[in-house]
Every structure is written in C-alpha cells, then in structure tokens.
Design a protein around this ligand. Structure first.
Ligand code: NAD
Length: 447
C-alpha cells in the first residue's frame, strides 16, 4: 500500500483548528496531595478566585504546588535499631521569590497537610508583601516518644536529603509544631557542613548566637495580639478588659496569652494537649509558663483553677477565642456551640469551610490565619535580610517594623472586606492572590 499523501503537503489547505480556548484545563482529579486539609485550602482558594478576577492561567498555576518532595528517612534509634520516617517538603509558588515555610514534627504529617499549609503560606507572604512564596515540610513522627539525640539525627538526615531542593535563594525553613530554635540550629549546621562554610540564612527562627533574630521567638504570638488589638479598635472596644480564651500553649498560644495578659486583657482559660485550665477572674499567665517550663505541660497546675477538656474550652463564653494549637479545631460539629465574640486564628487552618459559614451566619467575626499569624514569617523575613546583610536590629526596631507591616496588612484586609462586603478571610486571600497574580502576569509562563 502506498503512503498516504501528507495532509499538510503542497497544495493542501491548512487545517482549521478550533478557536483557542480561554480556559486552560485544570489538572486531573485524584492527585497525591488531595487530602481533606488540602481540599479545605482549595475550597477557600476557589471561593477567593471568584472574587479576585485573575486570568485563568494565573488561577490554574496557583491551584497546585510547584514541587513536592517525598522522602523516607532511615534513622538510627538510641537502642541501635533503625527506623524509617516519612518526610515531606512542598513548595507551592516561586513567583515572588524563594519559598518559605515551617517544618513540623507530628504523627499526622502527610503530603496533603504540607501542600495545604504551603499554599496558605503563599497567600500570607504575598499579603504581607514579603518577597517569598509558600512552602511547608515535616517528618511524620511522634516527637514525644523520641530522645533529643534521635530528633537531632532525624533533623540532620532530613536536611541532608533536602539539600538539593533548599537554599537561601531557593527555600528557607523555619520552626513549626514541635520544632524550635534547636531544630533550626541542627538544620543550619548540617546544611553549612555540606557547603563548607556557615550559611545562617538557610533557616530562620534559629538561636541568636548563630544569627537568629532577637524577636523571632515572640513574633507570631505578638503579631496575633497586634491584629486582635487593631480589630478591637475598629469595633470600638479596648483590648484591656476583654475576656480571652487561648487554645494551645506552645510558641504561638503561650506568647499570645502573655501578650494579652501584659496588655490588660483577662485570660480566663488556656489549654494544651493535656487539657485546659480555667479561672473566672483570670489566670496567672507567668505562673503557668513557669509550670510548663518545669513540668513540660499544663498537667498538674492547680492554684485555684478548674480543669476542663479542650472541647469544653472552645465553648466557653468569651470576647476573644484564640486558636493556637493546630488545624481543624472548629468544624460543623462544634461551630454552633461557640460563644466567643471574635475568633482569632493563631494556628493555620483551625476553622473548616463549613464552620466558617456557620460562624458567619451567627455574626462571629473570624480573624483569618493568613493575616493573623503572619508575624512569624514577617520577622523571619527580617532575620533572613539581616543574615544576608550581616547586620542586626534590636528588639524595639524589629517590633516597630513588625507593627508597621501587620497594621498595613490589617488595614488593607479590613478595608477591602468592608468595601466589597466580603469576609475578612476572603479579603485576605483576594489581597494575597492579587499580589501573586500581578507578578505572574508580569513574568508570564516560561518558556
Ligand atoms: P507548638 O508545638 O509550639 O505548640 C502547640 C501547642 O498546642 C502545644 O501547647 C500543644 O500541646 C497544643 N496542642 C496540640 N494539639 C492540641 C489540641 N488538639 N488541643 C489543644 N492543644 C493542643 O506549635 P506552634 O509553633 O505554637 O504552632 C501552633 C500553630 O500555629 C500551628 O498551626 C502552626 O502551624 C501555627 N503557626 C506557628 C508559627 C510559629 O512561628 N511557630 C507561625 C505561624 C503559624
């Protein structure tokens, strides 16, 4: 059989293609990171995209992370046996600069959780006008069952395996749940050993002795309370005298409770994994910190307080409820029972999409995570800039710069929400998406 004439050969008509479709086809369903938490982040994004009116190619690019790294870390335990730990690093967007985000050690860490948290980090960095995209990572482990030496070996192996994907101009880590300054010091040392010279700017939230910021430890909790204060002002209230409840007494919640206490608010209840403590007339927050420093948790603290469960704590009547533990705490199962005036998201993703709708219908204002807990990444940015320039600012200078950034972002979110009649969460996401969209439209899609 002879060969068929080439359809585009001389004398043939050029084929007529259908007109270019304006919408690019979204990625197929069932991708590896599509877990319930990622679904929550995606639903929030889709809702915000309806309001943000960005080009389709921008929306499509932002729906999924740019890169996800999945690792299995072999680690020698103290008893001489070896265990394998799943570990992840997800980089959501490099449109505005290197990616930035925390590292968590928790037995619920998975790819979807990291992808959701990385996406929220993108909106947060963009909203604060920081030159970063979002990332998140973690190791699936139960840190409470591991010795310090085991955690150090996990951290060093994790960093070594991540080395090709991270860097001061590529992806910069920070502490998150169950990681801290020491974890960051191990990461910085491991990365530096591989490079052959000290690279303090590879992580933020590290000890001051190796280039850490003097205000990073307090930054997230302090930023949370700044946002509460700005909101109170807009609502015609004084922060002093507000009755507050704080879920989570770690880095974010512990500092937020101290800042609220120092500013004259009455903190009536706090909690951690061991449960909550309650005192109608207000808790002695410095005494609670001393107890936790000595005993490792709130367990066993008495001093005229009542014990209560975390579920009971969330339903206490109060002016301000700060969620500073972890994601998925207020859902359709308990949103109807909350009795707070203002719900403050110190943690990432603590309120489900269904709960958001219930709270809105009940007139409970939510200060959203991407705005409210952005103090941490903002001071991380200051730390990175200081490390790159080998210069250092004092505490007051950093606090002042943080307050400027937080109040600027708060005003933009509050004003947009009121101008357009949308929630503060939608306004925060729309403002963040607009920043990324402007950059992506200017850069275009390579090649
Ligand atoms: P952390 O490990 O220092 O503290 C977490 C606290 O929450 C601990 O007291 C723990 O016992 C408690 N907790 C955990 N699960 C709980 C539960 N189900 N009920 C009550 N308490 C519970 O962690 P962190 O750094 O304070 O982070 C807390 C949240 O804030 C996370 O969602 C994290 O992603 C977010 N966040 C942290 C930072 C930061 O700078 N550390 C910045 C932005 C957002």
């Amino acid at each position: 059989m002879g060969r068929a004439a080439h359809p585009f050969g001389p004398g043939t008509q050029a084929p007529v293609y259908p007109p270019a479709v304006s919408k690019t086809v979204p990625a197929p369903p069932g991708l590896e990171w599509e877990t319930p938490l990622y679904e929550q982040a995606s639903m929030q994004l889709e809702h915000a995209l309806e309001l943000a009116e960005v080009p389709d190619f921008v929306a499509n690019r932002l729906r999924h992370p740019e890169r996800a790294v999945i690792l299995t870390l072999p680690v020698r335990m103290d008893d001489g046996t070896y265990r394998s730990f799943p570990a992840y690093r997800v980089q959501h967007s490099t449109v505005l600069g290197p990616t930035k985000g925390g590292i968590r050690y928790d037995d619920a860490v998975d790819l979807g959780e990291c992808a959701a948290l990385a996406m929220w980090m993108t909106w947060k960095c963009a909203l604060l006008r920081l030159p970063y995209g979002g990332a998140k990572g973690g190791v699936r482990c139960n840190p409470r069952t591991l010795s310090t030496a085991e955690v150090a070996r996990i951290t060093r192996r994790f960093t070594a395996e991540l080395a090709p994907f991270i860097g001061p101009q590529r992806d910069i880590a920070a502490p998150d749940m169950a990681t801290n300054e020491q974890t960051m010091a191990w990461m910085m040392d491991t990365y530096s050993m591989q490079r052959g010279y000290a690279v303090p700017e590879i992580v933020t939230g590290k000890p001051i002795s190796i280039g850490g910021s003097v205000f990073r430890h307090e930054a997230t909790g302090a930023g949370v309370v700044m946002v509460v204060e700005y909101a109170c002002r807009r609502l015609g209230r004084e922060l002093a005298g507000q009755h507050c409840v704080v879920q989570g007494f770690g880095n974010v919640g512990g500092i937020a409770a101290s800042e609220l206490h120092a500013k004259g608010a009455t903190v009536v209840a706090v909690s951690d994994l061991s449960g909550g403590v309650y005192a109608e007339d207000g808790l002695d927050i410095p005494a609670l910190h001393e107890h936790v420093a000595e005993h490792g948790s709130l367990d066993g603290y008495e001093a005229g307080t009542e014990r209560l469960t975390n579920a009971e704590l969330l339903e206490l009547p109060c002016d301000v409820l700060v969620l500073a533990a972890r994601e998925d705490q207020v859902t359709s199962a308990n949103a109807d029972n909350l009795r707070c005036g203002l719900l403050v998201e110190g943690a990432n993703g603590p309120t489900s999409v269904e709960a958001d709708a219930i709270l809105a219908s009940r007139g409970i204002q939510v200060l959203p995570d991407v705005l409210t807990n952005a103090g941490g990444v903002t001071v991380s940015y200051f730390e990175w800039v200081q490390d790159l320039g080998r210069l250092f600012w004092d505490r007051e200078e950093i606090r002042r710069r943080l307050a400027d950034k937080m109040s600027d972002a708060f005003d933009r979110v509050w004003n947009l929400a009121h101008e357009r009649g949308i929630s503060l969460r939608d306004a925060a996401l729309v403002a963040g998406i607009h920043e990324v969209s402007a950059a992506l439209e200017a850069r275009g899609i390579y090649p």
